[in-house]
Design a protein around this ligand. Sequence first.
Ligand SMILES: [Zn+2]
Ligand SMILES: [Zn+2]
Length: 342
Amino acid sequence: MRAIRLVGQRKPVVMQEIDVPRFGRKDALVRVKAAGICHSDAHYRSGVTKTGPLPVTLGHEVAGVVEEIGSDVSRVKVGDRVCVHYLTSCGDCHHCHRGCEQFCSTAQMIGKHREGGWADYIAMPERSLFHLPPEIGIEEGAVMMCSSSTSLHALKKARLRGGDTVAVFGVGGLGASAVQLAKAMGALEVFAVDVNPVKLALAESLGAIPVSAADGDPVQEIRRLTGGRGVDVSVEVIGLPVTMRQAVQALAVQGRAAIAGLSDRTFELESYTELLGREAEVIGVADHLAREMPQLLEFALRGKLNLEKIITRRVPLDATVVDGVLDELDRYGDHVRTVIVV
Ligand SMILES: [Zn+2]
Ligand SMILES: [Zn+2]
């Protein structure tokens, strides 16, 4: 089968012919129909984020149709439309029992530690597969598996309550989902911060109040727009020290900043004025949970999460084209989410 693979960091991704994956009794083989291209993929290629052993097939936002099932599989059947939760875990360790399976000692992420979905097929444990309702497009189902699900997890980690004000730093795939999910969860007002006017216009069309970081200090602007108070919740999905700090600086008294943007760099806070003196909370966000998937699908099914505007481009399973998309992500281009249609 065809697979677009990372063969070395700081090298272009390449198309390789590899065997259709084998699968176990509790696994299913999924024919991939759509797979998103995420900023994390650009980080794997550039070396900002380490991957498992290379080469590896990239792609962790995957949806498709069940092609074959193992002998012990009962929840999905051949022909079912499914989306793929990107982490596999043991289900039986300290972290799995505590409900934070992303820290499972055997956790593996597809397209990073194990073969991903930029390919004709992917093999996954049955319990990583979620039925995609017919009302939700296969491409939307794919994109939901990373950007939207991490946004939902971030808002839950930040303990968003009805009536809270929210600021979302960065309107990429995660940010555009975070805006919609925050509103669906009862946020009074959602501010969206970006430097890119195209992305600010998208955020506004999704119901956010745009705040341009290109026109001045977004923290000052958020304070002005909130009568000096700041926001109850902020979500940072860019991964830059400056925006991480702004996400904390924009908080109201007892506000919570959920930091979900990946970075290998340090960010600093002024300890009294920005943290202690306001009882601010800085919360790290890692991945998301399988049990959050059904709720996420409900939001999409009820029209609270519209991903059609987020998917701004569709490309074929072509290594050169995909490599160009990763270059664009490195430059923070206009496109929100590009999906490979297989
Ligand atoms: Zn991703
Ligand atoms: Zn485990």
